[in-house]
Write a protein that binds this ligand. Sequence first.
Ligand code: ATP
Length: 250
Amino acid sequence: MATRVPGRVAVIRGLTRRFGERAVLDGLDLDIAPGEFIALLGRSGSGKSTLLRALAGLDGGAEGELEVTGSVAVAFQEPRLVPWKRVLANVALGLAAPDAAQRARRALAEVGLTERAGAWPLTLSGGESQRASLARALVREPGLLLLDEPFSALDALTRITVHQLVLRLWEAHRPAVLLVTHDVDEALILADRVLVLQDGKIAHEELIGAARPRHRDHPDLVSMRDRLLTALGVGSEAGTAHQTVPGGRR
Ligand SMILES: Nc1ncnc2c1ncn2[C@@H]1O[C@H](COP(=O)(O)OP(=O)(O)OP(=O)(O)O)[C@@H](O)[C@H]1O
């Protein structure tokens, strides 16, 4: 039986996902409030994508309680645009609204891709493809936006630009966001709450009150980075360059 909790877009209780003998998710509890930006860290194979797939309704094999209120949209690491449809048609794909094309155009304008509306996906750069993918997710006005390492294949400069874009879009539309990332700094710069998934459960949580835009050297973030790296079993090396979790797909 699922429980609806007012003021929550997702309520997860005792979520367990087994593959063979192994419980990748093992009695996981998590609440997601409307409009909050959560980053999910965890070592490779800890079950981050498994949790996202369960939340997206893409995996029927999980046991436990999982209630999602409202619509969910997902953007993946690879933008997954349909190659034989132009960019505008990709963004409008599956939208039932009579004004689908108009909404898709508006979404493309928001991500700065108006000029590429008529282009074929294979002619887009990595950053443009990712922006098109974000437009396709946002055009549905989701209550919950799931982002599975969407920035990891982008070069460092493009990633910063897309971070800024995501924050701008999040501030304008206010979906709850669950961002899976291997990048501790990305989590600290973007999220309100950073979670560490370990042994099938949320093993560590950091709440970030620092105002945005944030700089990675903010004193609160420096101590949080240390705690997160310790929770991830990496050991803290404060003051070193950009930190990512071992096993990241970059
Ligand atoms: N369909 C499946 N069948 C069998 N095992 C699976 C399946 N899907 C995932 N797994 C296993 O579950 C574990 C968690 O996978 P998942 O992709 O959720 O990890 P992750 O934390 O997202 O990893 P990464 O950071 O490397 O992307 C892995 O050991 C994976 O091999």
